[in-house]
Design a protein around this ligand. Structure first.
Ligand code: NDP
Ligand code: PYC
Length: 338
Protein backbone atom coordinates (compact mmCIF):
# COMPACT_ATOMS: atom_id res chain seq x y z
CA UNK A 1 0.00 0.00 0.00
CA UNK A 2 1.40 3.32 -1.14
CA UNK A 3 0.85 5.33 2.02
CA UNK A 4 2.19 2.79 4.46
CA UNK A 5 5.00 3.84 6.79
CA UNK A 6 8.23 1.88 6.32
CA UNK A 7 10.42 1.13 9.33
CA UNK A 8 13.56 -0.95 9.63
CA UNK A 9 13.28 -3.98 11.91
CA UNK A 10 15.79 -2.39 14.27
CA UNK A 11 13.87 0.89 14.49
CA UNK A 12 10.52 -0.86 15.00
CA UNK A 13 12.01 -3.14 17.68
CA UNK A 14 13.53 -0.16 19.48
CA UNK A 15 10.17 1.68 19.33
CA UNK A 16 8.47 -1.36 20.80
CA UNK A 17 10.96 -1.62 23.67
CA UNK A 18 10.72 2.12 24.42
CA UNK A 19 6.93 1.96 24.59
CA UNK A 20 6.98 -1.08 26.88
CA UNK A 21 9.67 0.37 29.13
CA UNK A 22 7.71 3.65 29.12
CA UNK A 23 4.70 1.95 30.72
CA UNK A 24 6.95 0.47 33.38
CA UNK A 25 8.02 -3.01 32.30
CA UNK A 26 11.51 -4.03 33.40
CA UNK A 27 14.09 -4.21 30.59
CA UNK A 28 14.08 -8.04 30.50
CA UNK A 29 10.28 -8.16 30.52
CA UNK A 30 10.03 -5.50 27.78
CA UNK A 31 12.67 -7.27 25.64
CA UNK A 32 10.80 -10.59 25.81
CA UNK A 33 7.49 -8.97 24.81
CA UNK A 34 9.06 -6.84 22.06
CA UNK A 35 10.83 -9.89 20.61
CA UNK A 36 7.62 -11.83 20.05
CA UNK A 37 5.74 -8.79 18.68
CA UNK A 38 8.59 -8.05 16.27
CA UNK A 39 8.84 -11.68 15.14
CA UNK A 40 5.15 -11.57 14.17
CA UNK A 41 5.44 -8.17 12.45
CA UNK A 42 8.57 -9.31 10.58
CA UNK A 43 6.80 -12.46 9.33
CA UNK A 44 3.72 -10.43 8.31
CA UNK A 45 1.47 -12.03 10.94
CA UNK A 46 -0.19 -8.67 11.39
CA UNK A 47 -2.89 -9.70 13.86
CA UNK A 48 -0.10 -10.38 16.37
CA UNK A 49 2.52 -7.85 15.32
CA UNK A 50 2.86 -4.18 16.24
CA UNK A 51 -0.94 -3.88 16.47
CA UNK A 52 -0.70 -6.01 19.65
CA UNK A 53 1.40 -3.35 21.34
CA UNK A 54 -1.83 -1.34 21.76
CA UNK A 55 -3.44 -4.21 23.70
CA UNK A 56 -0.31 -4.85 25.78
CA UNK A 57 -0.07 -1.20 26.81
CA UNK A 58 -3.78 -1.10 27.61
CA UNK A 59 -3.37 -4.26 29.73
CA UNK A 60 -0.41 -2.80 31.63
CA UNK A 61 -2.29 0.46 32.21
CA UNK A 62 -5.27 -1.51 33.57
CA UNK A 63 -3.05 -2.30 36.55
CA UNK A 64 -3.42 -6.07 36.25
CA UNK A 65 0.09 -6.86 34.98
CA UNK A 66 2.82 -7.22 37.60
CA UNK A 67 5.47 -4.78 36.36
CA UNK A 68 8.09 -6.40 38.57
CA UNK A 69 7.09 -9.98 37.71
CA UNK A 70 9.79 -12.48 38.61
CA UNK A 71 8.95 -15.80 36.97
CA UNK A 72 9.94 -18.80 39.10
CA UNK A 73 10.83 -22.18 37.67
CA UNK A 74 10.20 -25.48 39.48
CA UNK A 75 10.47 -29.14 38.58
CA UNK A 76 7.08 -30.51 39.65
CA UNK A 77 7.83 -34.06 38.35
CA UNK A 78 10.84 -35.57 36.52
CA UNK A 79 9.47 -34.55 33.09
CA UNK A 80 7.40 -31.52 34.13
CA UNK A 81 8.81 -28.01 34.38
CA UNK A 82 6.46 -25.38 35.79
CA UNK A 83 6.93 -21.63 35.51
CA UNK A 84 4.88 -19.28 37.65
CA UNK A 85 4.77 -16.13 35.51
CA UNK A 86 3.81 -14.04 38.54
CA UNK A 87 1.19 -12.16 36.45
CA UNK A 88 3.75 -10.97 33.92
CA UNK A 89 3.60 -11.61 30.16
CA UNK A 90 3.97 -15.19 28.95
CA UNK A 91 6.97 -14.51 26.70
CA UNK A 92 9.06 -13.44 29.73
CA UNK A 93 8.06 -16.57 31.67
CA UNK A 94 8.79 -18.78 28.68
CA UNK A 95 12.29 -17.36 28.31
CA UNK A 96 12.90 -18.08 31.98
CA UNK A 97 11.67 -21.70 31.87
CA UNK A 98 12.82 -22.86 28.45
CA UNK A 99 16.45 -23.76 29.24
CA UNK A 100 15.46 -26.24 31.99
CA UNK A 101 12.60 -27.62 29.86
CA UNK A 102 15.01 -28.24 26.96
CA UNK A 103 17.59 -29.90 29.23
CA UNK A 104 14.82 -32.09 30.64
CA UNK A 105 13.56 -33.11 27.19
CA UNK A 106 17.16 -33.84 26.11
CA UNK A 107 17.65 -36.15 29.10
CA UNK A 108 14.26 -37.89 29.18
CA UNK A 109 13.17 -37.63 25.54
CA UNK A 110 10.04 -35.73 26.55
CA UNK A 111 9.21 -32.76 28.75
CA UNK A 112 6.14 -30.67 29.48
CA UNK A 113 6.52 -26.98 30.22
CA UNK A 114 3.52 -25.54 32.06
CA UNK A 115 3.34 -21.76 32.40
CA UNK A 116 0.88 -20.39 34.97
CA UNK A 117 -0.58 -16.98 35.75
CA UNK A 118 0.62 -15.30 32.55
CA UNK A 119 -0.83 -12.63 30.28
CA UNK A 120 -0.77 -14.21 26.82
CA UNK A 121 -1.38 -12.21 23.66
CA UNK A 122 1.10 -13.53 21.12
CA UNK A 123 1.40 -15.90 18.18
CA UNK A 124 2.58 -19.33 19.33
CA UNK A 125 4.84 -20.20 16.41
CA UNK A 126 7.92 -18.29 17.69
CA UNK A 127 7.85 -20.56 20.75
CA UNK A 128 7.83 -23.87 18.87
CA UNK A 129 10.15 -22.54 16.16
CA UNK A 130 12.86 -21.93 18.73
CA UNK A 131 12.45 -25.50 19.99
CA UNK A 132 12.64 -26.96 16.48
CA UNK A 133 15.82 -24.97 15.86
CA UNK A 134 17.27 -26.91 18.80
CA UNK A 135 16.22 -30.20 17.16
CA UNK A 136 12.98 -30.81 19.10
CA UNK A 137 9.47 -31.53 17.87
CA UNK A 138 7.04 -29.43 19.92
CA UNK A 139 3.42 -28.56 20.54
CA UNK A 140 2.12 -25.40 22.23
CA UNK A 141 -1.43 -24.70 23.43
CA UNK A 142 -3.10 -21.84 25.25
CA UNK A 143 -6.70 -20.72 25.89
CA UNK A 144 -7.75 -17.06 25.61
CA UNK A 145 -11.01 -15.28 26.57
CA UNK A 146 -14.38 -17.00 25.97
CA UNK A 147 -15.39 -15.52 22.66
CA UNK A 148 -16.17 -18.67 20.65
CA UNK A 149 -19.43 -20.69 20.62
CA UNK A 150 -19.24 -24.48 20.65
CA UNK A 151 -20.46 -26.17 17.44
CA UNK A 152 -24.25 -26.39 17.73
CA UNK A 153 -24.40 -23.64 20.36
CA UNK A 154 -24.70 -19.86 20.18
CA UNK A 155 -23.04 -18.49 23.32
CA UNK A 156 -19.28 -18.00 23.81
CA UNK A 157 -17.51 -20.69 25.82
CA UNK A 158 -14.09 -21.30 24.28
CA UNK A 159 -11.22 -18.97 23.66
CA UNK A 160 -9.76 -18.70 20.19
CA UNK A 161 -7.39 -21.35 21.58
CA UNK A 162 -4.38 -21.59 19.27
CA UNK A 163 -2.50 -24.81 18.62
CA UNK A 164 1.06 -24.79 17.24
CA UNK A 165 3.28 -27.67 16.11
CA UNK A 166 6.90 -27.72 14.95
CA UNK A 167 9.04 -30.44 13.39
CA UNK A 168 12.81 -30.01 12.99
CA UNK A 169 14.41 -30.37 9.53
CA UNK A 170 18.09 -30.70 8.79
CA UNK A 171 18.52 -28.63 5.64
CA UNK A 172 15.44 -26.43 5.83
CA UNK A 173 13.67 -24.18 8.31
CA UNK A 174 11.32 -26.18 10.55
CA UNK A 175 7.89 -27.41 9.45
CA UNK A 176 5.47 -25.38 11.59
CA UNK A 177 1.78 -24.73 11.71
CA UNK A 178 0.03 -22.47 14.17
CA UNK A 179 -3.64 -21.63 14.09
CA UNK A 180 -6.58 -20.56 16.21
CA UNK A 181 -9.24 -23.25 16.69
CA UNK A 182 -11.79 -20.53 15.89
CA UNK A 183 -12.54 -19.96 12.18
CA UNK A 184 -10.46 -16.80 12.36
CA UNK A 185 -8.29 -15.20 15.03
CA UNK A 186 -10.03 -12.42 16.97
CA UNK A 187 -7.10 -10.17 16.07
CA UNK A 188 -8.02 -10.50 12.39
CA UNK A 189 -11.65 -9.52 13.11
CA UNK A 190 -10.36 -6.45 14.97
CA UNK A 191 -8.09 -5.56 12.03
CA UNK A 192 -11.01 -5.95 9.60
CA UNK A 193 -13.10 -3.63 11.80
CA UNK A 194 -10.30 -1.04 11.74
CA UNK A 195 -10.00 -1.35 7.95
CA UNK A 196 -13.79 -1.12 7.39
CA UNK A 197 -13.88 -4.58 5.80
CA UNK A 198 -16.61 -7.24 5.98
CA UNK A 199 -15.81 -10.68 7.38
CA UNK A 200 -15.98 -13.77 5.19
CA UNK A 201 -19.19 -15.73 5.85
CA UNK A 202 -19.12 -18.53 8.43
CA UNK A 203 -16.82 -17.05 11.04
CA UNK A 204 -19.25 -15.43 13.50
CA UNK A 205 -22.81 -14.94 14.70
CA UNK A 206 -24.33 -11.80 16.18
CA UNK A 207 -25.65 -11.46 19.75
CA UNK A 208 -29.02 -12.87 18.58
CA UNK A 209 -27.31 -15.96 17.13
CA UNK A 210 -27.71 -14.96 13.45
CA UNK A 211 -24.83 -15.31 10.97
CA UNK A 212 -23.00 -12.01 10.49
CA UNK A 213 -20.22 -10.61 8.34
CA UNK A 214 -20.11 -7.34 10.30
CA UNK A 215 -16.94 -7.32 12.45
CA UNK A 216 -18.52 -5.13 15.16
CA UNK A 217 -21.52 -7.50 15.44
CA UNK A 218 -19.14 -10.46 15.51
CA UNK A 219 -17.14 -8.96 18.37
CA UNK A 220 -20.39 -8.40 20.32
CA UNK A 221 -21.79 -11.84 19.43
CA UNK A 222 -19.85 -15.08 19.17
CA UNK A 223 -17.09 -16.38 16.95
CA UNK A 224 -17.41 -19.87 15.40
CA UNK A 225 -14.96 -22.75 15.51
CA UNK A 226 -13.13 -23.87 12.35
CA UNK A 227 -14.38 -27.17 10.92
CA UNK A 228 -17.55 -27.23 13.02
CA UNK A 229 -17.51 -30.00 15.66
CA UNK A 230 -13.84 -30.82 14.93
CA UNK A 231 -12.56 -27.36 15.82
CA UNK A 232 -14.96 -27.35 18.76
CA UNK A 233 -13.44 -30.57 20.15
CA UNK A 234 -9.90 -29.27 19.62
CA UNK A 235 -10.82 -26.01 21.37
CA UNK A 236 -12.12 -28.05 24.33
CA UNK A 237 -8.86 -30.04 24.37
CA UNK A 238 -6.84 -26.81 24.52
CA UNK A 239 -9.02 -25.55 27.41
CA UNK A 240 -8.49 -28.79 29.36
CA UNK A 241 -4.77 -29.33 28.74
CA UNK A 242 -3.69 -25.71 29.19
CA UNK A 243 -6.33 -25.03 31.88
CA UNK A 244 -7.41 -27.56 34.52
CA UNK A 245 -4.52 -29.97 33.77
CA UNK A 246 -2.02 -27.32 34.81
CA UNK A 247 -4.28 -25.78 37.47
CA UNK A 248 -5.02 -22.63 35.51
CA UNK A 249 -7.98 -20.69 34.15
CA UNK A 250 -10.46 -21.64 31.45
CA UNK A 251 -11.22 -18.96 28.87
CA UNK A 252 -14.53 -18.34 30.72
CA UNK A 253 -12.56 -17.65 33.90
CA UNK A 254 -9.96 -15.52 32.12
CA UNK A 255 -12.72 -13.29 30.73
CA UNK A 256 -14.28 -12.99 34.21
CA UNK A 257 -10.84 -12.15 35.66
CA UNK A 258 -10.57 -9.26 33.17
CA UNK A 259 -13.70 -7.71 34.75
CA UNK A 260 -14.74 -5.99 31.52
CA UNK A 261 -11.41 -4.17 31.20
CA UNK A 262 -10.66 -5.52 27.66
CA UNK A 263 -7.24 -6.69 28.80
CA UNK A 264 -5.39 -9.49 27.02
CA UNK A 265 -6.17 -12.96 28.43
CA UNK A 266 -4.54 -14.14 31.65
CA UNK A 267 -4.26 -17.91 32.16
CA UNK A 268 -1.82 -20.76 31.48
CA UNK A 269 0.05 -22.32 28.60
CA UNK A 270 1.29 -25.85 27.94
CA UNK A 271 4.21 -26.88 25.75
CA UNK A 272 5.13 -30.49 25.03
CA UNK A 273 8.72 -30.98 23.91
CA UNK A 274 9.90 -34.21 22.23
CA UNK A 275 13.51 -35.09 21.45
CA UNK A 276 13.62 -37.23 18.26
CA UNK A 277 17.23 -38.22 19.00
CA UNK A 278 16.04 -39.89 22.22
CA UNK A 279 13.23 -41.70 20.40
CA UNK A 280 15.49 -42.83 17.55
CA UNK A 281 19.12 -42.95 18.66
CA UNK A 282 21.33 -43.76 15.64
CA UNK A 283 18.22 -44.05 13.42
CA UNK A 284 17.58 -40.30 13.74
CA UNK A 285 19.07 -39.30 10.36
CA UNK A 286 17.23 -41.90 8.31
CA UNK A 287 13.93 -41.00 9.95
CA UNK A 288 14.37 -37.26 9.46
CA UNK A 289 14.96 -38.15 5.79
CA UNK A 290 11.72 -40.16 5.75
CA UNK A 291 9.90 -37.10 7.07
CA UNK A 292 11.27 -35.17 4.09
CA UNK A 293 9.46 -37.60 1.78
CA UNK A 294 6.20 -36.40 3.31
CA UNK A 295 7.08 -32.76 2.69
CA UNK A 296 8.20 -33.57 -0.89
CA UNK A 297 4.93 -35.38 -1.59
CA UNK A 298 3.06 -32.23 -0.51
CA UNK A 299 5.12 -29.67 -2.39
CA UNK A 300 5.69 -31.75 -5.57
CA UNK A 301 2.02 -31.31 -6.46
CA UNK A 302 2.11 -27.54 -6.03
CA UNK A 303 0.71 -27.41 -2.49
CA UNK A 304 2.65 -25.31 -0.01
CA UNK A 305 3.84 -26.12 3.46
CA UNK A 306 2.50 -24.10 6.40
CA UNK A 307 5.00 -21.37 7.33
CA UNK A 308 6.30 -21.02 3.76
CA UNK A 309 4.48 -17.67 3.46
CA UNK A 310 5.99 -16.59 6.77
CA UNK A 311 9.53 -17.52 5.80
CA UNK A 312 9.15 -15.59 2.54
CA UNK A 313 7.77 -12.58 4.43
CA UNK A 314 10.70 -12.80 6.84
CA UNK A 315 13.23 -12.53 3.99
CA UNK A 316 11.37 -9.52 2.57
CA UNK A 317 11.25 -7.76 5.94
CA UNK A 318 14.92 -8.39 6.64
CA UNK A 319 15.78 -6.87 3.24
CA UNK A 320 13.26 -4.02 3.08
CA UNK A 321 11.92 -3.38 6.59
CA UNK A 322 8.25 -3.50 7.54
CA UNK A 323 5.29 -1.44 6.38
CA UNK A 324 2.55 -0.35 8.72
CA UNK A 325 -0.70 1.55 8.01
CA UNK A 326 -0.54 5.27 8.94
CA UNK A 327 -3.33 5.08 11.59
CA UNK A 328 -1.44 2.35 13.47
CA UNK A 329 1.82 4.29 13.15
CA UNK A 330 0.14 7.38 14.61
CA UNK A 331 -1.25 5.38 17.53
CA UNK A 332 2.19 3.92 18.22
CA UNK A 333 3.71 7.42 18.14
CA UNK A 334 1.10 8.57 20.68
CA UNK A 335 1.96 5.65 22.94
CA UNK A 336 5.60 6.62 22.80
CA UNK A 337 4.84 10.26 23.57
CA UNK A 338 2.45 9.44 26.47
P1 NDP B 1 -3.92 -18.71 9.82
O1 NDP B 1 -5.24 -19.24 9.41
O2 NDP B 1 -3.48 -17.41 9.28
O3 NDP B 1 -2.77 -19.75 9.50
C1 NDP B 1 -2.80 -21.03 10.05
C2 NDP B 1 -1.63 -21.85 9.65
O4 NDP B 1 -1.90 -22.43 8.36
C3 NDP B 1 -0.31 -21.13 9.50
O5 NDP B 1 0.72 -21.97 9.95
C4 NDP B 1 -0.23 -20.87 8.00
O6 NDP B 1 1.10 -20.73 7.51
C5 NDP B 1 -0.87 -22.10 7.45
N1 NDP B 1 -1.48 -21.90 6.16
C6 NDP B 1 -2.30 -20.89 5.78
N2 NDP B 1 -2.67 -21.06 4.50
C7 NDP B 1 -2.06 -22.20 4.06
C8 NDP B 1 -2.06 -22.89 2.83
N3 NDP B 1 -2.74 -22.45 1.77
N4 NDP B 1 -1.32 -24.02 2.72
C9 NDP B 1 -0.62 -24.47 3.79
N5 NDP B 1 -0.58 -23.85 4.99
C10 NDP B 1 -1.31 -22.72 5.11
O7 NDP B 1 -3.86 -18.66 11.42
P2 NDP B 1 -4.93 -18.06 12.45
O8 NDP B 1 -5.50 -16.83 11.87
O9 NDP B 1 -5.83 -19.13 12.90
O10 NDP B 1 -3.96 -17.66 13.66
C11 NDP B 1 -3.04 -16.59 13.49
C12 NDP B 1 -2.17 -16.44 14.69
O11 NDP B 1 -2.94 -16.03 15.79
C13 NDP B 1 -1.44 -17.69 15.15
O12 NDP B 1 -0.06 -17.38 15.16
C14 NDP B 1 -1.93 -17.94 16.55
O13 NDP B 1 -0.95 -18.43 17.46
C15 NDP B 1 -2.39 -16.56 16.96
N6 NDP B 1 -3.40 -16.63 17.99
C16 NDP B 1 -3.03 -16.42 19.29
C17 NDP B 1 -3.96 -16.52 20.31
C18 NDP B 1 -3.57 -16.38 21.74
O14 NDP B 1 -4.43 -16.57 22.58
N7 NDP B 1 -2.36 -16.08 22.08
C19 NDP B 1 -5.36 -16.82 20.02
C20 NDP B 1 -5.63 -17.05 18.61
C21 NDP B 1 -4.68 -16.95 17.65
P3 NDP B 1 1.63 -19.26 7.03
O15 NDP B 1 1.75 -18.46 8.28
O16 NDP B 1 2.93 -19.54 6.34
O17 NDP B 1 0.58 -18.73 6.10
O1 PYC C 1 -6.34 -13.18 17.91
O2 PYC C 1 -7.77 -14.51 18.89
C1 PYC C 1 -6.77 -13.77 18.92
C2 PYC C 1 -6.04 -13.62 20.18
C3 PYC C 1 -6.50 -13.84 21.43
C4 PYC C 1 -5.46 -13.58 22.30
C5 PYC C 1 -4.40 -13.20 21.56
N1 PYC C 1 -4.77 -13.25 20.26
Amino acid sequence: MGNDVTLSLDDAGALCRRVLAGVGLSAAHADAVAEVIMAAERDECRSHGLYRLLGCVHTVRSGKVNLDARPTVTKSAPAIVTVDADFGFSSFALKTGLPLAMRTARRLGIAALAINRCFHFSALWPEVEELAEHGFAAIALTPSHSWVAPAGGSRPVFGTNPFAFAWPRRQQPPFIFDFATSATARGDIELMLRAGQALPPGVAIDAQGNPTTDPAEALRGAMLTFGGHKGSALAAMVELLAGPLIGDMLSLESLAFAEGTQTVPCHGELLVILDPSRFLGDRLGENLDRAERLFDAITEQGARLPSERRYNARSRSIDNGIKIPPPLYEELMKLEAA
